[in-house]
Design a protein around this ligand. Structure first.
Ligand SMILES: [Zn+2]
Ligand SMILES: [Zn+2]
Length: 155
């Protein structure tokens, strides 16, 4: 078994994956696109480019949801599978997988929350010592990626 390998899949099992070099930390995104896509917030583990093997690819549908990234889901059950950077920047190919998709979703540590100022006031995630970035701070750090909140119409 490869180092830090984890497996998972969608709700119906048509799509399965094996990921290696899976970080032990995850981030939460409260941007408007992630909020609508997931129905709440994206709790995602960012797996480096090329480190995910997908099975049942014929069941994976993708949407270029902005100029720099795509989102994917299972055609059979609708499970949101990943967010992947498609723009050729330093994050190209990085794949954010929701932690809920892993067969064993335990053992991840919250590292950061981004777009924290866009989080609905009706809930909050508990964690100690993790970083929080506002929308403005995200724009400063990620450049165009920070414009996700306005990108809905660019599908
Ligand atoms: Zn499925
Ligand atoms: Zn987001």
């Amino acid at each position: 078994m490869a180092e830090r390998e984890r497996q998972g899949g969608c709700m119906c099992g048509a799509v399965r994956f094996v990921a290696s070099d899976v970080p032990e930390v995850y981030g939460i995104c409260h941007c408007e696109m992630c909020r609508r896509w997931t129905g709440s917030a994206l709790l995602g583990v960012s797996v480096p480019a090329g480190n995910v093997i997908w099975h049942g690819r014929e069941h994976i549908a993708t949407l270029q949801s902005s100029e720099w990234a795509e989102r994917a889901w299972c055609r059979k059950c609708g499970t949101g599978l990943y967010y992947r950077v498609t723009e050729r920047n330093e994050w190209f190919g990085a794949t954010e997988i929701p932690i809920g998709l892993f067969d064993d979703p335990d053992g991840f540590r919250l590292d950061n929350e981004i777009y924290i100022d866009m989080k609905p006031d009706s809930y909050a995630y508990v964690g100690e010592g993790h970083k929080c970035l506002t929308r403005a701070e995200c724009i400063e750090k990620f450049g165009r990626i920070g414009e996700a909140g306005e990108a809905r119409t660019k599908e």
